[in-house]
Design a binder for this molecule. Structure first.
Ligand code: MN
Length: 718
């Protein structure tokens, strides 16, 4: 157990002028409160909070954090209350202790849920004060170091949780040594055989490796001296768990995991970093693609270093040397991450160069001090620490990491491709959101699926994961081709019938392939696809298939009323319109047709068929040659968004009354606005979802009956 005086001495090394009375008081208070408690090992319980305080001094944390570290189990495990702590130690320490207590009071039903809950609490704790998280990490590291003193039943859970939650958070915060130590301790407990085997193997290779490290160090040191670069050279083993993971991921043996040994050159300034890099590259051949300049482009967590790998040849054998080059200051940030900040906060003023270097940490801390709304701070933390990822939860509490900007569709595909393929809607934290909604860390995402729903081309505009993109593209391309060909076959067959030709016969005779060649296409399938997509016109193909002189003139009673070839198609086989924005059939945005409306279709170049309301202005303007008859597919279950414009008296209460008409008809309003141009009249617009036109008629009738309503009109811009 570390004495109070030694603890204070180590605080003084980095806070020479600080008032340490709160630490003194906290040390004595913890001693007194835990006096009758013993750990399983028989040691007094207080060794744990003191151990935590020692770790916090190694992280060079401030006085309040160290006091809170000493007191962190008092409220939880003794008769002390947060109020007691506040009276004796002040609001700052009490706040930190309270945060720690809350972090450990987590109701849970199963392990997975607890994990998710823990993660969420961690994020929330960060939102309030990042020091709580750092104290928690110190607490957890001390628990892991003394795992044998914990309840045996809890040991596995603690180790697993440390690996799943605490080590990744330490990594995020840039506190490397805590991350690696946690990982190795958890690995040792959870997989003792693998751990000891690997440790033994490394031990075996230890002698030659030590010799190798010494050799390289000497060579590098000499070179740096020659170049007049002040430098400390460190050779280090990578942590066991890191090696283990790498071996598992690449199924390689230990001797094949070449970067078991890595070197570090620590020098005094940035200029010397680049000079040292130049020296290293002129001594050894660099491995292409392995150089990274995190000095010019620091990582978001503030990390800076030059990374390179070079080839070390000795006799016949060649090894890769992984090398990091950095300044002392960069080294401190690399080791202590966000915690490195406190040293500077209370230490001497920074040079302008260092100021820039730590601006990221500084900004984060400033935001934290200024912002009273926790959600605002968590925003900034998320941007800085979770810059490239969001963490969301399944309804079962499982954590999923997705790239930033991910949507419910990305989430759905990450769960299972079938979930993605039939994803029709999503709830985030219990509320329905659009499929293009950008997920935030901490969101709980539930996907609504429907057998009628299929991937949509529009989804490609907002998904961000490669997996979702690939799956959607695959589906879209396959259906697009298939539908285009079906459409083309249909059109061609009926057109040919007029000239007493049969498509199957032409096909058998190889005429279709021949026609395809004439258009420089690979074959019949491609030809049909191009026709269906509107890239090649039917008339052009007919010229190839049916020589002009062989054409039987249609009899006069077959003459179409408005002339277009497609209008002549026989009625029983109208194209069926199934839903919104199908790959080959889309509903015109100008007139918003819904089932029940009389509709016509137009073949649009490269886009299949667009369906308009028969009375739409665009229909009159369109080329009759491209017209095609279409009809609604009764089996369709799709919901369509439509709009109503209602002119009313300008009096309160009307909006509510109108809204009631929708709900009593079982319709969902997605958007409602009310504007009054003059004191007498108000214009209301409603957007809502229907399955067919009857539902619109019904609700219009209802609204018209309300006193004070002048006119109700369906919004159709066409
Ligand atoms: Mn504890």
């Amino acid at each position: 157990m570390l004495s109070l005086e030694s603890l204070l001495a180590s605080v003084r090394t980095y806070l020479p002028d600080a008032d340490l009375s709160r630490i003194r008081k906290a040390y004595a208070y913890a001693m007194r409160k835990h006096i009758n408690q013993k750990r399983k090992s028989g040691e007094p319980y207080v060794v744990h909070p003191i151990g935590v305080a020692v770790l916090l001094t190694q992280l060079k944390m401030d006085v309040a954090s160290i006091a809170a570290g000493l007191l962190h189990d008092c409220v939880e495990d003794t008769d002390s209350t947060t109020e007691d702590v506040r009276i004796i130690f002040g609001p700052e320490v009490a706040f930190l202790v309270d945060g720690m207590t809350k972090l450990s009071h987590l109701p849970y039903r199963n392990r997975q849920e607890k994990q998710a809950e823990n993660f969420r609490k961690m994020l929330l704790a960060m939102a309030r004060d990042i020091r709580v998280v750092i104290i928690k990490l110190a607490d957890r590291l001390d628990n892991m170091r003394t795992l044998g003193a914990m309840k045996p039943s809890a040991q596995d859970r603690i180790a697993r949780e440390t690996l799943d939650i605490h080590a990744p958070i330490a990594n995020r915060l840039g506190i490397q040594w805590i991350k690696t130590e946690m990982e190795d301790l958890a690995f040792k407990h959870l997989n003792p055989t693998a751990f000891s085997n690997l440790a033994k193997e490394i031990e075996k290779a230890d002698k030659p490796r030590k010799k190798f490290i010494a050799e390289v160090k000497t060579v590098l040191q000499k070179e740096m001296e020659l170049a007049n670069i002040p430098a400390k050279i460190q050779g280090r083993k990578k942590n066991l768990y890191g090696i283990f993971q790498k071996m598992q991921a690449t199924s390689k043996r230990l001797d094949q995991v070449y970067d078991v040994v890595a070197f570090r050159i620590i020098t005094d300034n940035v200029g010397h970093c680049y000079e040292a890099l130049g020296r290293v590259h002129s001594m050894f051949t660099p491995v292409p693609g392995r150089f990274k300049d995190y000095v010019a482009l620091p990582k978001q967590n503030g990390y800076q270093s030059l990374h390179t790998s070079v080839v070390w040849t000795q006799g016949k054998s060649a090894r890769h040397l992984e090398t990091q080059i950095r300044t002392e200051e960069m080294h401190r940030v690399a080791e202590n991450g966000i915690a490195a900040h406190w040293v500077y906060k209370e230490g001497q003023p920074l040079s302008p160069k260092d100021e820039r270097q730590y601006s990221w940490l500084r900004q984060l801390m400033e935001v934290q001090r200024e912002v009273s709304d926790p959600s605002e701070f968590i925003e900034s933390v998320k941007i800085d620490l979770f810059e490239d990822e969001v963490f969301v939860f399944t309804p079962q509490g499982e954590v999923k990491a997705l790239p930033k900007g991910a949507t419910p569709v990305d989430f759905a595909f990450s769960v299972h491709s079938e979930v993605g393929n039939h994803c029709s809607g999503a709830k985030v934290n219990g509320v329905i959101v659009p499929l293009k909604y950008r997920l935030n860390s901490g969101d709980t995402v539930e996907i609504i699926t429907s057998v009628h729903q299929h991937p949509n081309k529009d989804w490609l505009k907002f998904v961000v994961t490669g997996r979702a993109r690939a799956k959607i593209n695959h589906y879209v391309r396959a259906t697009e081709r298939q539908r285009a060909r079906t459409l083309a076959r249909d059109l061609l067959e009926r057109r040919l019938r007029k000239f007493k030709y049969s498509l199957p016969k032409l096909k058998k005779a190889g005429e279709l392939d021949k026609a395809a060649k004439a258009f420089k296409l690979s074959g019949e399938d491609e030809l049909l696809y191009q026709i269906g997509m509107g890239q090649i016109s039917l008339e052009q193909v007919l010229l190839e298939l049916v020589p002009e002189d062989k054409r039987v003139q249609p009899r006069s009673k077959d003459k179409p009323d408005k002339g277009g070839i497609l209008a002549r198609l026989s009625h029983p086989n109208k194209m069926k319109v199934q839903g919104i924005d199908n790959v080959m059939v889309r509903l015109a945005g100008c007139c918003n047709p819904v089932p029940g409306d009389r509709v016509v279709g137009f073949i649009t170049r490269g886009r299949g068929v667009t369906v308009h309301v028969a009375t739409c202005k665009k229909v009159l303007d369109a080329d009759p040659e491209r017209r095609i008859e279409v009809d609604w597919d009764d089996r369709s279950k799709t919901l369509y968004t439509v709009g109503l414009k209602v002119i009313t008296d300008n009096k309160p209460g009307l909006l509510a009354e109108m809204s009631k008409c929708f709900s009593s008809n079982g319709l969902n309003i997605t958007e409602a606005t009310c504007r009054s141009q003059d004191p007498e009249r108000a214009t209301n617009t409603f957007k809502f979802q229907v399955a067919n036109v009857d539902q619109i008629r019904k609700v219009i009738k209802h609204i018209q009956k309300i006193a004070g309503v002048y006119s109700v009109q369906r919004i159709q811009n066409g």
